[in-house]
Design a protein around this ligand. Structure first.
Ligand SMILES: Nc1ncnc2c1ncn2[C@@H]1O[C@H](COP(=O)(O)OP(=O)(O)OP(=O)(O)O)[C@@H](O)[C@H]1O
Ligand SMILES: [Mg+2]
Length: 242
């Protein structure tokens, strides 16, 4: 499973005639973890859905660096957890396989639920889970899909600080070597996990020139320099990605 890089070439999107973003160009390097930040409403989720193939852009295209279609090689963790209400946590982890009519690997799903700390909730329905527990089931489902390209929309937003650091470490470990695009509002998360980041902002929104982060992720929460990186990122966010 060699992950492809991804190129966004001149992407534009309009809702009801008004441009959300236009002329977006970005290269995601194969096997790297890249972070997308930007103000609420800028169009981050819409952009991720286009890359996932869930909605078409009004302009431009998304291409894989190996020239093959991206379809079937992407797993997408939505901003809403999209768990099936009547299925258990365990069955929600295996939902993709069920929908595709494939054999399900309950042992692997259970192992992932253990990794996200939810073995004791494996048979609970989503309505019986807390917001953070639901988010961890959705994370386990994304990891279960085992795809070379992974798109995650604020995957850790509902978690307490300690669980968040643990889940960041888990994602960094299990997704190492894949091409990952992660949306977050958290500069600390961006600096821990990213090989690089960019900011989507403005109206219509544009992407700032990508910034490469020094060293390799995952960076320890108390690593020298992480505060400085966060400061630099906050400065860019305050300036609208300039
Ligand atoms: N299906 C839709 N129809 C019309 N407008 C939409 C639709 N989906 C999103 N929008 C609008 O497009 C803009 C971008 O939305 P999007 O969800 O991509 O933002 P976002 O950057 O992910 O924000 P947040 O950080 O709050 O999640 C917003 O102004 C939103 O109201
Ligand atoms: Mg969003």
């Amino acid at each position: 499973m060699v992950p492809p890089g991804i190129e966004l070439r001149g992407l534009g999107l309009r809702y009801a005639g008004a441009a959300v973003f236009s002329g977006l160009h970005l290269t995601l390097t194969a096997g790297e973890f890249f972070v997308l930040l930007g103000p609420s409403g800028a169009g981050k989720t819409s952009l991720l859905r286009i890359i996932a193939g869930l909605e078409p852009p009004d302009e431009g295209l998304v291409a894989a660096s190996d020239g093959a279609p991206l379809a079937g090689r992407v797993s997408y963790m939505a901003q809403q957890d999209l768990l099936l209400p009547w299925a258990s946590a365990l069955n929600n982890v295996m939902l993709g396989a069920t929908l595709r009519g494939q054999l399900r690997d309950a042992a692997r799903a259970a192992a992932l639920l253990e990794e996200v700390g939810l073995t004791h909730r494996a048979h609970a329905r989503p309505a019986e889970l807390s917001g953070g527990e639901r988010q961890r089931v959705a994370l386990a489902r994304t990891l279960y899909e085992d795809r070379p390209v992974v798109l995650m929309d604020e995957p850790f937003s509902s978690l307490d600080a300690i669980t968040r650091v643990r889940m960041q470490d888990l994602a960094a470990r299990l997704l190492a070597g894949r091409t990952v695009l992660l949306i977050t509002h958290d500069p600390f998360e961006a600096c821990r996990l990213g090989h690089g980041f960019t900011i989507l902002s403005g109206s219509p929104a544009r992407l700032a020139a990508p910034t490469r982060l020094p060293g390799l992720p995952p960076r320890a929460p108390d690593e020298d320099g992480i505060l400085h990186l966060q400061g630099e990122l906050l400065r860019q966010l305050a300036q609208g990605g300039a």
